[in-house]
Ligand binder design. Structure first.
Ligand SMILES: [Zn+2]
Ligand SMILES: [Zn+2]
Length: 169
């Protein structure tokens, strides 16, 4: 699998967890306290928000563009009336200049939280997508899909399952 694809899948998975934690706090209890393998610190800077249901893509391009121009996205007030036209011009000209903006000072501070990741793939646990089981040998948690864990492991609580690495020793 290419590094880009891995990064893309990882970002997608993180977005899903951010969505669960941030937008549906009631879902937080669905993220159980599995033994920790590693964690990722996620920081959300207080950037300008879109005011309609369609500009998310333009903002998602404008903020990393600001980083490329060594500007702090949290200190920008983008001119919403012209950012779409700017993007369209940039695509046509094959050159992406900084989006029109004014300096802005936000009184809000960064929000941050930690996401736990598991398994050899170092992805979070997504209860909507996959189950996880603990290796009885190493006491580490693995995704069902990554290790092709058989259903009986989840059916019978006393079933001792070993991950591929431990099995092959
Ligand atoms: Zn995995
Ligand atoms: Zn193991």
């Amino acid at each position: 699998m290419s590094a880009t694809l891995v990064a893309h899948r990882k970002i997608k998975s993180i977005c899903m967890i951010v969505f669960l934690v941030e937008c549906h706090p009631s879902q937080r209890s669905r993220l159980p306290p599995f033994s920790l393998k590693d964690d990722i610190e996620v920081t959300i800077p207080p950037v300008q928000q879109q005011s309609n249901g369609t500009d998310c893509g333009v903002f998602a391009i404008a903020f990393p563009t600001a980083l490329c121009y060594q500007l702090n996205p949290a200190s920008l007030k983008l001119n919403r009336r012209v950012i779409r036209a700017h993007l369209w011009d940039s695509i046509q000209n094959g050159y992406l200049g900084m989006f029109p903006f004014k300096e802005a000072s936000s009184k809000e501070i960064d929000r941050s939280f930690t996401i736990q990741v598991y398994c050899d793939c170092c992805f979070p646990y997504n209860p909507n997508k996959d189950r996880m089981a603990e290796c009885s040998e190493r006491k580490r948690w693995f995704h069902k899909k990554c290790q092709h864990i058989p259903d009986k492991v989840f059916k019978f609580e006393r079933f001792k399952w070993q991950c591929k690495d431990c099995k092959n020793v």
